[in-house]
Structure formats: structure tokens, C-alpha cells
Write a protein that binds this ligand. Sequence first.
Ligand SMILES: NC(=O)c1ccc[n+]([C@@H]2O[C@H](COP(=O)([O-])OP(=O)(O)OC[C@H]3O[C@@H](n4cnc5c(N)ncnc54)[C@H](OP(=O)(O)O)[C@@H]3O)[C@@H](O)[C@H]2O)c1
Length: 342
Amino acid sequence: MKVAIAGATGYSGLELIRLLHQHPQVKIHSLHRMQQGDAPLSELYPHLAHIYTDLFQPFDPEAIMAEADLLFFATPSGVTSQHAAPFIEADFPVIDLSGDFRLPKAVYEAWYHKPAAEPEHLEKAHYGLAENGGGSGATFISNPGCYATAALLALKPLAESQYSVNETVIIDAKSGLSGAGKNPTATSHFSRMNGNMQLYKPDAHQHIPEIEQQLQKWRRGFPAIQFQTSLIPVTRGIFATLYIKMGLDFSFKTFYSYYQQHYQQAPFVRVQPEGTLPELKQVIGSNFCDIGLVYNERTGWLTIVSVIDNLVKGAAGQAIQNMNRYFHFDEQAGLDFVPLYP
Ligand SMILES: NC(=O)c1ccc[n+]([C@@H]2O[C@H](COP(=O)([O-])OP(=O)(O)OC[C@H]3O[C@@H](n4cnc5c(N)ncnc54)[C@H](OP(=O)(O)O)[C@@H]3O)[C@@H](O)[C@H]2O)c1
């Protein structure tokens, strides 16, 4: 099968190249940079020398649809919506890594502060959380955001259960700097972020409505979340800590085995052995989401820790998992590798 990648010069696009390169059923047919520039890929990114040099082609929807079987958009929000129409109208398979097709028009515009895609195009998109049927809906798959993936996988078993959740769930999520893409800014400058930590976009991160929308689908009336995001001085990784008030009349043992059971058939979600919590380095470079739980019998609060690699499970890896599911390949094809350690 042949794939095309738009936005191939960005971090998520490069991660798609890295992972698809060793996918048994896929050949990368063309790369599209969307903006000006004609330097060969291996000149821009010497780590690709002698592997990929000259796959850049102009972004021509007709040619892409004629020559490839699937297009990945790894472009910033506000860009996919400008280029996706011909593919949607032709019902051509697309996986979009941006936030452009995850929310209804008004909600998108309120949180992203940009014009949304056309409502009739938004309707064609299917939110592709892989462990929630991603890849099995429409031909246009809207890949979840990185924070949203870590938070939703942590909350799915709870939201789909009978356990009552009466209070706001608190989500304190930290991300490595590659989450902000390849262009450095004043906030992500090495000399500012090295040895530092900063909370950004308090109560305003654009993944809040995405998480709440999915929680409402699992359980109508799920309380609004209290969600904060911080930058930490690592290149990759999301470390999300979730606090949930379960009360003192709560059997942690029963909940734990229900939780483990929930993900027994999910090859990329590893629920930790009881009494242990995951750390970032055990998932870096991999498509795993590792989850651990502890319960405080004194206060009645449950803590869930969920860790992913933002560029793999949070972006390119989940997109490939959705592609595998959509094309009925083995779900783990091209993704079955050991995390990078140490
Ligand atoms: N980074 C992550 O961890 C992560 C995780 C999940 C989802 N995502 C989503 O994936 C998408 C890409 O993120 P990224 O981190 O890979 O970003 P990035 O490193 O900044 O790369 C963005 C890519 O899009 C192109 N681009 C930038 N501005 C453009 C414009 N105005 N018109 C057309 N193309 C443009 C860039 O082209 P040039 O090279 O020519 O500038 C580059 O190829 C975003 O929507 C992001 O939200 C990212």
C-alpha cells in the first residue's frame, strides 16, 4: 500500500516517516511540505541521509489520490481544514493529526481561535481513539491529540463503568518540548526550559473540549474536567496524573481487576502491576500507553498515572494503528517494537 504525508518536515511527519519505513505493508510514496523550500529532506534532516532523499512532490490532491492509497496530514491546526476538501468529497482515506476535525465548528472556534472547517466536512470525520474503535468508522480519521490520548485512555474504564463520579476529575499533565513542534519559541528556548518547568495555557488548553466531548459520549453527565498542562525539560513524553474522588466506600481491589480486564485485549495499553506506577522512559519511542493506579484509603482519592510518547502513541504511532485497523492489517503491524531505554 502507498501513502502520502503532508507536513512531512515537521516532528509528527518525521515520526510517521520513521515508523512507516519499517511497516511491512506500506511504502511511503510521496512527501509534501506545503510551504516554500526546496532543500532535499536529507539535507534538512541528516538522520534520513541514504534512506530518504527525494520524495518531495507538490501538493496536488488529484495526483495524490491517483497514486497513493492514503494521505496523512501532519500539519498545524487551521491548515488541514484548508486542504482536505477534495479528499473528503472523493471519500479518499485521510488520517489527520491536527485538531481541525475533532470538534464541532463553534467549539473549535472558541478554543482554537481560528475558523473551523465546513460543518458538512466536519460531519464526515470520525474521532479515532484507537482503543475506542478508531479506524473502524469513516474514511476520514481525526487522530486524537496527545494529551487527550493519555487522559482518555486513563479515564475510559472509569467512564464506561457503573462507578459514580460526582466530583470534577483533576488532570495535571506534563509534556516534553517536542509536543510544541519543530519551531522554537521564547518559552521553549533551551536556556529557559533546561532545568525548568512551567504551566502554560491555564484552564485554556484546546484539548479540554476534546476530552470532555469523548467523556460525554461514554457517560452523559460526566463532570467537567479540571485540566492543566505543563512543559518539562525532556524531548518526548507526556506524563498525566489524574485525581478522582472515589470516596471511602470503595473497593480498590475490585476496581483494579476490572480496570486490568478492560485493557486485556488492547495490545498497546499496559496496566501496571498493582503497587507500581509507570515512568516516562518505559514508553519513549514506543506506541505503548502505560497506566498505573493508587488509592488513598485515608482520603478516598484515586490517582491514575498515564504515560505516552507524544510523537508515537500521541501522534504518528496511533495514526498508524488507526491505519492498520482501517485497512484490516494486524493492529500491531509496524508498531511492535521495544521502547528506547535508557
Ligand atoms: N508534536 C506532537 O507531539 C503532536 C502530537 C499530536 C498531534 N500533533 C499535531 O500534529 C500536527 C503537526 O505537529 P508537529 O508538532 O509535527 O508540528 P511541526 O513540527 O511544527 O510541523 C508542522 C508541519 O506543517 C507544516 N506547516 C507549518 N505551517 C504551515 C502552514 N501555514 N501551511 C502549510 N504547512 C505548514 C510545516 O512545514 P515547513 O517545514 O515547511 O514549515 C511542517 O511540515 C499539529 O496539528 C499538531 O497539533 C502534534
